[in-house]
Ligand binder design. Structure first.
Ligand code: ADP
Ligand code: MG
Length: 209
């Protein structure tokens, strides 16, 4: 059952990245070098290729394998950062989170790893501007029904990605543009929102609390 859920999560996230790779590329063409869609697709195609192996692993080892695959295959700035997200989570993973609070703690460990790897924080127009608000929403979701919590998380992910549009980038390639980075959604914020939405879609109807 656990392996089945993990397989579903991998399929949903990989599918969302594949379906939106062109969109990610367009966003990165505006304020970067236009490789984010291809980078992410290459990474999640490799995760999909390793799917059967991953779902046979214990939860911590599965997250570690996903993280290492992303580090090796995504490339760019986002490869090591998304790799760190999963490796950071793998370090604290004992059993799959059964509550929103436990999921918030798990994501928090991943975010800490991204921040330390990227020397970055919120407000810099990066993936963190989605991941941090999502973690916050998870921490506040304990009183909600599952369906409402998932709906809320999807809305927070979407709105936080939108909220990067007026920001000026101070980290990553987009920061080279200075004020000209304003007025475009950050590609990494968008890919993070896609991943969060995909996880929510996979959990919908799975009896997650
Ligand atoms: P590259 O910028 O090397 O071409 P990608 O295009 O794959 O790599 O990824 C760019 C994304 O990485 C940005 O949109 C941003 O969200 C994220 N990013 C870049 N630098 C950092 C950082 N220091 N901390 C967090 N996220 C970052
Ligand atoms: Mg790029």
């Amino acid at each position: 059952m656990e392996a089945e859920m993990l397989g579903k999560l991998i399929d949903q996230v990989s599918g969302a990245i594949r379906d939106n790779a062109d969109d990610l590329t367009k966003l990165d063409q505006a304020i970067g070098d236009g490789d984010h869609g291809l980078n992410m697709k290459r990474g999640f195609d490799a995760v999909t290729e390793a799917r059967e192996e991953i779902i046979g692993l214990a939860p911590a080892a599965a997250l570690q394998k996903i993280g290492m695959t992303l580090v090796m295959k995504v490339g760019g700035a986002s490869g090591p950062l998304y790799g760190s997200l999963f490796l950071g989570m793998s370090k604290v993973m004992t059993e799959p989170p059964r509550t929103a609070g436990a999921a918030a703690d798990l994501l928090g460990a991943g975010i800490d790893a991204v921040m330390s790897r990227g020397k970055s924080t919120t407000g810099e127009k990066t993936m963190l501007d989605v991941l941090v608000p999502v973690r916050q929403a998870l921490a506040e979701a304990s009183g909600l029904e599952t369906k409402d919590a998932l709906e809320k998380l999807r809305a927070v992910a979407r709105d936080s990605a939108e909220a990067t549009i007026p920001m000026q980038a101070t980290k990553g390639r987009a920061s080279f543009l200075g004020e000209r980075s304003i007025g475009h959604m950050d590609p990494g914020a968008r890919s993070s929102a896609l991943m969060v939405t995909a996880v929510c879609d996979a959990l919908e109807g799975e009896g997650a609390r």
